[in-house]
Design a binder for this molecule. Structure first.
Ligand code: NAD
Ligand code: MG
Length: 387
């Protein structure tokens, strides 16, 4: 099996990617994290990569000292991350959280590397650029997000038969069935308790606000070339059906499995091969019943804002993504309330400058503008770090 470069190795997806690599003996050529040097050191000692990078330059000295007795080359900052993404390898696994993953994805593609992509913000913020560059370079993007992996799997063997509809499933998050008045005093501890999945903090909050499903709708439009109207969001509370595809004749093909990210991660690494996986196998008898419901967009306004943004196109998806990243970071610091996340996303969409065909530079400007919009909205001092 080909070697991989693993960006964001210390996070939830990163650690599970290490599990898969351990079980299949996949060689890791490089590892990166933002700041978690202890875990990064542990991973470097186990997997013996050629390179390790910390994206936050403050941690360069620390990781250098920790790995001083090894031959690992240590890099730092955005440049270091981009250098890792450009190393020739079988797959670059992008498990970074947030728009910080966009440029490394583009660098990987420019270098001709196939990408196993968990970082959905890449496709939300820079989708058109990423997809056109991948086509130009003949590079494949293998989705890790469980829903998109499911759709990808359902489309295998479809040949020229096009999907008439994509059924994007959602767990509904911890507040399914609640109304806005029930959500006024939600704390971060409550929002961080996802019923089915154990994930990083940002995506767990996104699942509670349903922003995650909005981002995934945009991700599906980018990856599978469908219109937003062709994507139907269905709440499937048990997270057993990971998504489905409907064809012209009405046949629906779905992918089912336990709620364990190691299966989609592994498939993005081994495609088209299916190999034994550390993820728990599913027993339908244990599941018992599957339920289906509609998402409530009046309560979960992030989802309706994401739908508006993908219809507007241009930098609109980038605006909502960056406003959300900033708002979630503030919510996790107890600086704003739960419902203010959705309000921030909606307000940013109507107030941050729209650009119809943004370049990468303009997307990075949009990010800065969205951040400064949020700063002004909540009267924040410069010391409070947003993204
Ligand atoms: P996480 O917060 O657990 O881990 C993020 C990783 O990125 C860490 O290694 C961290 O050090 C690194 N990182 C953070 N900020 C960075 C920056 N500015 N520059 C470079 N590296 C940085 O996140 P996660 O839950 O593993 O999610 C990673 C991505 O995968 C997200 O885009 C998320 O939406 C997506 N995803 C996650 C899951 C899941 O089960 N966790 C499922 C589907 C999709
Ligand atoms: Mg998902």
């Amino acid at each position: 099996m080909d070697d991989i470069v693993l960006l964001g190795s210390t996070g939830s997806i990163g650690v599970q990617t290490c599990d898969v690599c351990r079980s299949l003996n996949i060689k890791i050529k490089a590892l990166s994290a933002n700041s978690s040097t202890a875990l990064l050191e542990e991973q470097a000692r186990e997997f013996q990569p050629e390179y390790v990078a910390v994206s936050d330059v403050k941690y360069y000295k620390e990781i250098k000292t920790r790995l001083a007795d090894t031959s690992v080359k240590i890099l730092a900052g955005e440049e270091g991350l981009n250098e890792l993404a450009s190393l020739k390898c079988g797959r670059v696994v992008n498990a970074i959280v947030g728009m910080a993953g966009l440029v490394p994805t583009l660098k990987a593609i420019e270098a001709g590397n196939d990408v196993a992509l968990a970082n959905k913000e890449t496709l939300v913020t820079g989708g058109s650029l990423v997809i056109s560059k991948a086509k130009e370079k003949g590079v494949s993007i293998y989705p890790i997000d469980s829903e998109h992996s499911a759709i990808f799997q359902c489309l295998m063997g479809a040949d020229e038969n096009k999907a008439s509809k994509i059924i994007l499933t959602a767990s509904g998050g911890p507040f399914f069935g609640k109304k806005r008045s029930d959500l006024v005093n939600i704390t971060k501890e409550q929002a961080l308790k996802h019923p089915n999945w154990s994930m990083g903090a940002k995506i767990t909050i996104d699942s509670a606000t349903l922003m995650n499903k909005g981002l995934e709708l945009i991700e599906a439009v980018r990856l599978f070339g469908v219109s937003p109207e062709q994507v139907e969001i269905v709440v499937q509370r048990q997270s057993i059906i990971h998504s489905a595809v409907e064809f012209e004749d009405g046949a629906i093909i779905a992918q089912l499995g336990s709620a364990d990210m190691r299966l989609p991660i592994q498939f993005a690494l081994t495609y088209p091969k299916r190999l034994p996986c550390p993820a728990k196998k599913l027993s339908l008898f244990d599941v018992g019943e599957l339920t289906f419901a509609r998402a409530d967009e009046d309560t979960f306004v992030c989802l309706s804002a994401a739908k508006k943004a993908i219809k507007l196109e241009g930098n609109a998806p980038c605006i909502i993504n960056c406003a959300n990243e900033a708002a979630v970071s503030l919510f996790l610091k107890d600086k704003i309330r739960f419902l203010e996340i959705g309000e921030t996303v909606e307000d940013a969409l109507s107030q941050v400058k729209f650009k119809a065909a943004p370049t990468l530079e303009e997307l990075l400007e949009t990010r800065a503008e969205a951040e400064s919009f949020v700063r002004k909205k909540f009267n924040l001092s410069e010391e409070i770090c947003l993204l």
